[in-house]
Design a protein around this ligand. Structure first.
Ligand code: ARG
Length: 583
């Protein structure tokens, strides 16, 4: 099934052709004057220039060619617009098609295609903090959207697991527990299976070590440990594996709590084996050139508005950097998965980094022209003071703590007028909390900064996640009172303006999802599902559904709100949260 806008456009193009004009003028858009019409076509204005006649004359001739059964109104108005309202029958047929088709009949542009979504980006040995919230939420949503549109979507957390933070921990441990076998270069036995630390130890060890970076002797030690780790020193590798195991288990738990799930748990360390050959090849082919002792890839292009510095491949001390890892990761991804697209979700302050990496990857031929590279850079989550969100004490807030605070807040709210059992309470509070948090984030344009406002985000009214859940819960409650079989109920053409409005919005699902995907913009789904919720609320407030005496009408209303529920549940799933049965 096609997008409704495409169907209407197709019909309009045929009408232009039948009236003797070029069909390309027949593009239809959603009306920007909903008080006058639902859809409009402005093509006659452009056609008039080519055919050298009055636009209204063309508009009238085209309007006459349209099939009257499809519209409840077709008007050619001055100076040459064609205004349309769809007929109830047209909508009824389209929505019946949606009801019975898998995935509402939405086309699958991703069939046979693979996309890698690189999001999360947590750094091993550091607890997840507020800065990891946006990549997790936005990335998860985009990945789910691509999957829904048929792509083989591979979410890769791309852990920061190979840099100096590892050397810092090793150096710190070597001073605290120098007798561990990991530090004995002559040790040839088997290393212990148990890690010599817990995750809470790590959470103390890392910041302590990090604070010692300014001590030149310690800093040297940490850099040396990083280098030896990367060069394969046996004891350090064993210690590194312990750090990984302990830390990744904790990260998994935290991402699970956010309902964020990765297909791949690869990291910077997994790119390491690809670096030597890649670097050698780039040197040999002259892609990389020497500059002040370092090897760099010049990536400036004619027409650059801002200076794009060369992409550094190897630093003068021989070490590789962030960009090197990202290039090598692309080598691995191309080799293993042959993606049609690789999408990165990070803070927008990394825009330049990705511009350099993308250009370097193209220049070196790591990525073929047929593979698309995209960076979605997001803005900052601020506190009410307009500055980056902090704890009350002014520190960086842990993700765990934030989720706990939101959940507690919601819990208090729902216990004042409790509708669920005590057992269900924690799970329901968590569902509402995630809806508040994720919708609060995703409903903004990703590139913009936004203010985290717990009161507003968790309100059951207005443009919020909990309002969507509440709407779904209301619909479920109405449906539970229906004595017939919902899946056998048939839609009828709309009778009221409210009903038609709801049907019109439902018919635009495919258009919204495709637009959200095209622009990598979950906020488009948010705007859509909110509009749908508002229309659904109007509808069930104005219409008696369960008490409707006419069985066919009642069944039609039930079919309509059930479709609304399914569409809403699909949309919020794409946003990364779900609705309870009661709240
Ligand atoms: N670990 C990085 C950071 O904390 C984010 C990684 C993003 N992904 C990437 N392929 N560079 O900034």
């Amino acid at each position: 099934m096609e997008k409704i806008l495409d169907i209407i456009t197709e019909k309009m193009q045929a009408a232009f052709e039948q009236a003797g004009y070029d069909r390309s003028f027949g593009r239809v858009t959603v009306s920007n004057r909903p008080d006058l019409c639902e859809y409009q076509c402005n093509g006659a204005l452009a056609a008039a220039k080519q055919y050298k006649c009055a636009p209204i004359q063309i508009a009238k001739a085209v309007a006459e060619q349209l099939d009257a059964g499809d519209y409840s109104m077709v008007e050619a108005v001055m100076p040459g617009f064609i205004n349309l309202k769809l007929s109830g029958r047209f909508l009824q047929t389209y929505l019946e098609g949606m009801r019975v088709s898998p995935k509402f009949g939405i086309a699958q542009p991703g069939a046979g295609k693979t996309i890698v979504v690189d999001y999360g980006g947590a750094n091993v040995a550091k607890p997840l903090h507020i800065g990891h919230l946006r990549p997790a939420i936005i990335g998860e949503s985009l990945k789910r959207l691509y999957k829904y549109l048929g792509y083989n979507a591979i979410g890769d957390v791309h852990l920061g697991d190979w840099g100096l933070q590892m050397g810092l921990i090793i150096a710190e441990l070597s001073e605290r527990q120098p007798d561990l076998p990991y530090f004995d270069p002559d040790f040839t036995g088997e290393y212990p299976k148990e890690a010599p630390f817990t995750v809470s130890d790590l959470e103390e060890i890392y910041p302590t070590a990090s604070a010692r970076k300014s001590d030149p002797a310690f800093s040297h030690k940490a850099h040396q440990a990083t280098l030896e780790l990367q060069q394969g020193r046996r004891g350090y590798r064993a210690l590194w594996r312990h750090i990984m195991n302990v830390s990744v288990a904790d990260l998994r738990k935290n991402y699970d709590n956010l309902d964020v799930h990765f297909e791949k748990w690869l990291g910077e360390s997994d790119a390491d084996p690809y670096i030597p050959a890649m670097v050698e090849d780039m040197k040999a082919r002259g892609i990389a050139v020497q500059s002040e002792g370092a090897w760099v890839i010049p990536v400036a292009q004619e027409g650059d508005k801002k200076e794009v510095p060369p992409c550094i491949l190897v630093k003068s001390d021989g070490s590789s950097i962030y960009a090197t890892t990202d290039l090598a990761t692309l080598v691995q991804r191309m080799q293993d998965w042959h993606p049609d697209k690789v999408l990165y979700v990070t803070d927008k302050r990394q825009n330049l980094h990705f511009e350099q990496v993308f250009r370097a990857a193209r220049k070196a031929g790591i990525v073929p022209p047929t593979t698309e590279l995209e960076h979605v850079g997001f803005g900052t989550m601020n506190g009410k003071d307009g500055k980056p969100f902090k704890t009350r004490a002014g520190g960086v807030m842990r993700l765990e703590q934030l989720i706990r605070e939101i959940t507690d807040f919601v819990m208090q709210k729902i216990t004042t007028n409790q509708t669920v059992s005590d057992e269900e309470l924690p799970a329901t509070a968590r569902q509402i909390a995630l809806a508040a948090l994720k919708y609060g984030d995703l409903s903004n344009l990703a590139t913009k900064d936004y203010v985290f406002d717990l009161d507003r985000f968790s309100s059951f009214e207005g443009n919020t996640g909990p309002y969507l859940l509440y709407t779904i819960v209301r619909i479920k409650s109405i449906l539970s009172k229906y004595d017939g079989n919902v899946s056998e109920a048939k839609l009828l053409p709309p009778e009221s303006a409210e009903q038609k409005e709801l049907m019109l919005i439902l018919s635009r699902l495919a258009d919204s999802l495709r637009a959200a995907c095209r622009d990598s913009a979950p906020n488009v789904i948010c705007a859509y599902v909110y509009e749908l919720a508002v229309a659904a609320n109007k509808f069930y407030h104005d219409v008696r559904i369960i008490t409707e005496p006419d069985e066919a009408k009642k069944a039609s209303y039930v079919a309509l709100i059930d479709l609304t529920r399914r569409v809403m549940e699909t949309c919020i799933d794409l946003l990364g949260f779900s609705a309870p049965d009661k709240m």
